[in-house]
Structures are given as C-alpha cells and as structure tokens.
Ligand binder design. Structure first.
Ligand code: NAP
Length: 524
C-alpha cells in the first residue's frame, strides 16, 4: 500500500475535485507529495448514503464477525510496516519510538474492543419475565438491550495520528458498537490517514462486510466537515481537538432538525496539587518528575500538567529550584504543525506579557517549528482575578499558582473549569487535607491520581478520559477505555415479543452465551 492522495468512499478510491491539501513535513515545513484532492459535497453524500445502507446489515452481524473485523484492522495496520511509520514521522515530527509505540496502542485498542464485543455485556441485556398472575395488574414480558446509534462521524486528533485518528479510539468504539464510521481526516497527517484508511478498507473487504461500514474524506476547507455533522444520516460525532473546533461542531449538531450527541474532547490544563507534607519531604524530586511529564512529546498531550497549585514555603521553593533547573536543560522539540507551534508561542507570549506573572525558567531555544519549554508563577489572588490564566497553552508550558494555605488551594480549584485529570502529591501527613480536596476535585475532573502525572493514559476497563466541559462536551462518558463503546449505544425495550422475533441477546436460549440481568440479578 502507498500514499495516493485519494478519498476512500466505501471500497472506492476517489480523487476529490475540490482544492487539494498537502501533508507538511513538521521538521522543515516542506510539502509532502502527493496532494489530496478535497472531497466534494457529492462525495460526502455518497459516503453517508453508503454508511446508512451498511448500518442495518452491519449491526446484525454476529459478535464474532464484528470482533474479527476489528482484529483484522489491527493486523492490516501492522502490515503497513515502515511505510506507515516513516510517513507518520515525517508528517508529525514524532520520533520513531513514539510512532511505533502509538501503533502498538492503536492495535491494542482494536483488540480490546474485539474482546468487549465477543464478551457481549455491552448490550446490557435485561429480562423481566411476564407475570400474568400478578394482582392487581399483570406484568408484561419486558426485555432490554442496547442497539447502536447509526453512522458516526469521526474527527481524529492532531496529537495522536494513529491512536486517536482514522482507526483510533473513537472509530474502534463506534465500529465495536455496530456503527458505520465516516472519518474526516485531520489535515495535519493526511498520508498517515490514507494509509490507515486503506488498512480499514481492506479489512471491510476481507471480512465481507457492506462497503459503507467505513469511509474517509479529506476536506480542503471547513465545508465538508460541517456538512458531515449536519447530515441527517449521521447520528453521533466523535471529536478530539481544540475547544473552538469542538464547540463549532457541537453548535452545528445542536441546530440540526434532529440534534445528535457530539463527544468532543477539547481543552484541559490538568492541575497538579502539591501538598505541604509531600513538598517538605521531596519537593526537589517532584520538581524533576514534573518537568519530565511537562516536556514529554513537546507537551502535546491533552493530559499535560499545565497548572501546579501549591502552598508556599520551603518545600515549594525546593520544587521551583529543581523544576527550573531541569527545565533549563529541556531541548526544544518539533511541534506537530506550524499552526500548533504558532498557537503555543502565542500562549507563552500572553503569559510573558502579563504583569502579574513571574517567569521562572525557559528550556533551550530551537529551530523551525520547535517549541521552547516554559515555566511561570503567579500568586493565587492574581490567578483568581484573571480568567485568562486558566486557558490551555497546548505545549510544554506550565504555571505555578502560589497559595498561602489549603483554603486558598481550594479556592483556586473552585474557579477551575472541567478537566481531564488532577494529580495530588502527598505524604501520609497530608491525608486529612487530601480527603477534602479529592471531594472537590471529583466535581471537576474525570481522573484523580496520586503521586504521579496524568500523561500516559492506560487503555483499560476502569479508565476515564473525560470530564466536565470544556475537557469534554459530555462528562458522563470517556473516550479512552472499554466504556467508550457506550457513547454509541442506546437502550431499546421490547414488550411481549415472541421468542422468534427477539434479538439473540434476549432469547431464552441465550445463543450468544452472554451475561444478562434476569429479574434484576446478573446471570453468567
Ligand atoms: P482543531 O483545530 O480543533 O482540529 C480538529 C479537527 O476538527 C480537524 O479535523 C479540523 O479540521 C476540524 N475542525 C476544527 N474546527 C472546525 C470547524 N470550525 N468546522 C469544521 N471542522 C473543524 O484541533 P487541532 O488542529 O488538533 O489542534 C489545535 C489546537 O487544539 C491545539 O493548539 C490545542 O490547543 C488543541 N488540542 C487539544 C487537545 C486536547 O486533547 N486537549 C488535543 C489536540 C489539540 P482541519 O484538519 O481541516 O483543520
């Protein structure tokens, strides 16, 4: 397989006739061939029509067929070998080890969802049998299962070109749920997108599924992306990216004659709270670990620690000294796109030009498109007073908020918007304060962690990568981990259906052998 510059619509390779877009080499700013002709509204119409047509046959496939399909996608991605790895490295500036690691994670996610499909409990099958003799009123036979929502539009992330893009977490969970997927490729990695798209397209063919289960479109402007969300055949949206972009798509989805859910993961500054006992015990050590997390991947992680909240004192001074020293040695790193680099520089400049903010340290300067790490400090009163200081600076920049006491720490937490993660650094002497802070943080974040940093998101059953707005558009769910499948399902109740008309999950014989809740009790 090779990069050809085509939209993938069902099984067809289509040269888009709208203006072309090109991949850009992150390290040099040069164009990478070939150009990708932008999809037209007719192309979009075809992709959505095929997805609608595929929906019923696809959702009726056996659990085993669907699981095998997800595994096949993983195998096909691996078969792309160095063609994929090298194109992805060129388009994103990410090093080989990171790209290969991310490929492994992408395959792991697809396999996780295959196991979720085989296991079957995502259908949440429930059976309450009829009680014809019940008085004063008989009870009908009631059975419930989850069904997929319908075709899903997926917008991949710039910062996870494999694990949160064409065959990433959103696509894997939607396909696992039984939803066809139409992906709008991220313009930051079009070649990577096409290669992975070819791997999915081939898996559709190999598993003899209806062709509309998967399509991939390139958009040279905003028209196709917006029309995709507005299309009546699309029933949900998965998105990872900026707050502005996510909110624009949420507004389009809400204004449709039939509004649909948008699962957007957007902006988070991931507060790290340093408690006095921990600072006293190991302030310098925490400072070093913090800088490692801050600088990881040029800080281009949604869980990057962009805010540190701590009580002033000798421990905090030790933290600042060691973090500043470590940060001063951090080499500048190539950022994903010139746009993300510019927006990072703008964010750092805003902090530098804010008279209330004290610069603490800068990393080493770099070349084209290379972000220079930065650390700042502000007094809690000033932080509370200036909402601009709570905005995400996507990259390796962080702000330390110096508090007088724990009461002020809680005030600072109180003004924060919704976040993906919060980390608490503590020692046993901090447990009392931590208990109150955990209760505060539960209301703000999707994941609370102790003595660590939020970067590094395990793909697991108990993971939540979500949180209140603007971390995400819907705090009731997650975009990472097996629970993500629930975003694309809805419950249907069946009353008094004869066995022959019930779906397999609800038949008395339980042909799929899945766990079910019968009369309120789980039956394995
Ligand atoms: P983005 O600009 O929001 O783009 C994400 C996707 O949405 C892309 O496919 C983009 O299309 C599309 N899009 C954006 N705005 C749109 C609109 N108004 N109408 C239709 N489609 C739209 O995000 P990004 O390029 O990945 O990153 C930019 C910024 O997002 C970063 O600087 C950072 O602040 C933030 N970010 C946050 C996270 C996080 O997880 N918190 C992750 C990544 C990025 P195009 O490809 O055509 O632009």
């Amino acid at each position: 397989m090779s990069v050809k510059g085509f939209n993938l619509i069902g099984q067809a390779e289509v040269a888009g006739s709208n203006p072309a877009l090109w991949g850009i080499a992150a390290a040099t700013g040069e164009r990478l061939e070939p150009g990708f002709g932008g999809a037209t509204l007719d192309d979009l119409d075809r992709a959505c029509a095929l997805a609608r047509e595929a929906f019923n046959p696809y959702r009726e496939t056996s659990l085993e067929t669907r699981a095998r399909f997800l595994e096949r996608i993983a195998e096909n991605i691996l078969e792309l070998g160095d063609t994929l790895v090298e194109r992805c490295m060129a388009e994103t500036g990410l090093p080989r080890a990171r790209v290969e690691g991310e490929r492994g994670r992408t395959m792991g996610q697809l396999r996780l969802f295959a196991s979720v499909v085989r296991e079957g409990s995502f259908q949440d099958a429930r059976i309450d049998r009829a009680m014809p003799e019940r008085t004063p009123l008989p009870r009908a036979d009631l059975r419930l299962r989850n069904i997929p929502l319908g075709p899903v539009a997926v917008f991949g992330a710039s910062n996870f070109p494999l694990a949160f893009s064409v065959a990433g977490g959103d696509s894997a969970s939607a396909l696992a749920a039984g939803c066809p997927v139409v992906v709008k490729a991220h313009s930051a990695h079009p070649g990577t997108s096409e290669l992975v798209g070819q791997a999915v397209q081939r898996a559709v063919r190999e598993c003899e599924l209806p062709e509309g289960v998967f399509s991939l479109l390139f958009d040279s402007g905003r028209e196709i992306a917006q029309a995709l969300v507005a299309d009546p055949r699309i029933k949900a949206v998965g998105f990872t990216g900026s707050r502005v972009g996510g909110v624009a798509l949420m507004n389009i989805a809400a204004a449709r004659p039939e509004p649909i859910p948008v699962y957007a993961e957007m902006s988070s500054i991931n507060p790290v709270v340093l408690l006095p006992g921990a600072l006293q015990e190991r302030g310098a050590q925490i400072g070093q670990a913090f800088v490692s997390s801050l600088a990881l991947g040029a800080g281009q992680f949604c869980t990057n620690p962009g805010l540190v909240i701590a009580v002033d004192g000798e421990g905090l001074q030790n933290f600042i000294r060691s973090a500043s020293e470590a940060l001063g040695k951090v080499a500048a790193q190539t950022m994903l796109t010139p746009g993300i680099y510019r927006s990072y520089c703008h964010g750092v400049h805003s902090l530098e030009s804010n008279a209330r903010v004290q610069p603490l340290a800068k990393g080493l300067a770099g070349g084209i498109n290379q972000g220079q790490a930065a650390l700042f400090m502000v007094a809690a009163e000033d932080f509370l007073d200036d909402y601009r200081l709570r905005e995400e600076v996507f990259g390796s920049s962080s702000l330390v908020v110096r508090c007088a006491n724990i009461v002020q720490v809680r005030q600072v937490i109180d003004v924060l918007e919704g976040q993906l993660t919060a980390a608490l650094h503590l020692s046993p002497s901090d447990h009392r304060a931590a208990r109150a802070l955990i209760a505060d943080l539960e209301l703000k974040v999707g994941r609370i962690l102790i003595n660590g940093f939020g970067t590094g998101v395990e793909v697991a059953h108990a993971m939540v990568h979500g949180g209140p707005f603007p971390a995400t558009s819907d705090s009731r769910t997650t975009s990472v981990g097996s629970l993500a499948i629930e975003r694309f399902l809805r419950p249907v109740s069946y009353q008094d259906l004869p066995q022959a008309l019930l779906p397999p999950a609800l038949q008395d014989s339980n042909p799929e052998g899945i766990a079910r809740r019968v009369e309120g009790q789980m039956v394995l």
